[in-house]
Design a protein around this ligand. Structure first.
Ligand SMILES: Cc1ncc(COP(=O)(O)O)c(C=O)c1O
Length: 430
């Protein structure tokens, strides 16, 4: 075991951190240690600037911004899609910036869930994010199918992790039309072997989608290389584009028609070809590529921060971001083993780096009051029922010293029983 004092180790890692300079780009609260980057990333100056510019364009030019904006609003989604595509390993025309993650999921299900005589079922995991399950259930109902009969659920093992061997076996079910898995499971922080799952899905003619909400902006992806069919994600978590910022989706070009058009399951006037949009025709001409999966007028003010938020990520590069993210979660895991395990905490996240996303889940029977006690001391984690404290250090604005302080405070709170004062507080921990 490494016996170097934790703080000294953290300070050494901070001194050697090649991404340290990016912290200044963010509005980091002085009085808090913010470890919630997987729920809502902090604002950076670049995102503030791009949002302010668009506000100014609206203030001074009114409707003119649609064509005369620095990035014309009319093409803002496509312009940003070309940049986001690089983060997810796709061609520009396979990515759309549109709607919310949940609406994009509805759009993708409406477009790609095509039950037939033999294949109707959908494979998911027991930890899938509620919105994924609710969306799937509603699409099954809309097709006259009973969700309880059609959803095939892979259960986690006793450590609460999903076993890819079991998923691969389950994908061989000849009744499956579709599978939907998260890149990182939001409760445990487990990163799935997406390449393997996509390959198995392809071999079994199953359409596979990935909920990448917990990975976009914090690690590289290779959607085209993996051969995924579709994916969706938000930009407000690790990508730091602000609460409710416009989301992203991916559709593999094998689902494009020969002329590149995509027939959106949920169509609107932004699903038609941009050039014919203002013809207001009765006839529907599907748009080209993923952009056809936009539905209506984009929420420009919620999209504008994405432009700036991408800047530090592109400059830092996803490889360096992932390396620091792993080093930070490694630090928290080692500190947990040393300082927190004797106090009843268990690690709820895989130890192997290649199976870990950007956050660490710590399980404790009193996780909710502990989370509240941490917040009262200015450390912002989040809590997930029933017993998980999630610590999510952002490689762009958190330090190893902050990770160290969070573990010290957790130790102090539980050792002194401070959390018991919060046991009856019925607060919402978002
Ligand atoms: C894994 C996952 N999927 C989907 C969503 C839903 O995204 P939205 O509410 O932006 O539609 C979230 C939101 O936190 C999430 O964590």
């Amino acid at each position: 075991m490494d016996h170097t004092p934790l703080l000294a180790k953290a300070q050494r890692l901070d001194a050697e951190d090649p991404l340290a300079e990016f912290r200044e780009r963010f509005f980091v609260p002085d009085d808090k240690i913010y470890l919630d980057g997987n729920s809502l990333g902090l604002l950076c100056r670049d995102a503030e600037r791009s949002l302010n510019r668009v506000l100014e364009e609206w203030r001074t030019g009114g409707i003119g911004g649609w064509l005369d904006g620095d990035i014309p609003w009319f093409m803002m989604a496509e312009t940003l899609a070309a940049r986001v595509a690089k983060l997810v390993g796709a061609e520009s025309d396979e990515v759309a910036i549109a709607n919310s993650m949940t609406v994009n999921l509805h759009q993708l299900l409406a477009t790609l869930y095509k039950p037939n005589q033999t294949r109707t079922k959908v494979l998911i995991d027991a930890h899938s994010f509620p919105t994924d399950r609710y969306a799937l259930r509603s699409h099954l109902r809309l097709r006259g199918l009973h969700p309880d009969e059609q959803l095939v659920v892979v259960r986690p093992n006793e450590s609460r992790f999903l076993d890819e061997d079991e998923i691969v076996d389950a994908l061989a079910n000849p009744e499956l039309q579709m599978a939907l898995f998260p890149s990182v499971v939001y409760t445990t922080g487990q990163l799935l072997d997406l390449e393997r799952l996509c390959r198995a899905a392809r071999e079994n003619d199953v359409v596979i989608g990935i909920d990448m909400s917990h990975t976009v902006g914090v690690m590289p992806h290779a959607l085209d290389e993996w051969g995924a069919d579709f994916a969706g994600w938000g930009h407000y978590k690790w990508l730091n584009a602000g609460p409710g910022s416009v989301a992203g989706l991916y559709i593999n070009r094998r689902h494009f028609a020969r002329d590149g058009r995509v027939d959106a399951g949920l169509a609107g006037w932004w699903s038609v070809h941009k050039e014919s949009m203002f013809e207001m025709s009765d006839e529907f001409f599907p748009g080209v590529g993923a952009s056809a999966l936009q539905i209506g007028t984009p929420a420009v003010l919620s999209m504008a921060p994405i432009e700036g938020a991408l800047q530090p990520i592109e400059e830092a590069g996803l490889a360096r971001i992932r390396a620091k993210s792993l080093a930070m979660t490694e630090f928290i895991i080692a500190a947990t083993d040393r300082e927190l395990a004797p106090l009843g905490f268990t690690l709820g996240t895989p130890r192997e780096p290649h199976r870990r996303g950007g956050h660490v889940s710590l399980q404790h029977p009193s996780a909710q009051p502990i989370s509240l006690a941490l917040r009262a001391r200015g450390i912002v984690p989040d809590f997930r029922k029933p017993d998980v404290v999630r610590l999510a250090p952002s490689p762009l604005y958190n330090t190893f010293t902050q990770c160290c302080r969070a573990v010290e405070q957790l130790k102090d709170i539980v050792a002194a029983g401070v959390h018991e004062e919060f046991a009856s507080v019925n607060a919402l921990v978002t």
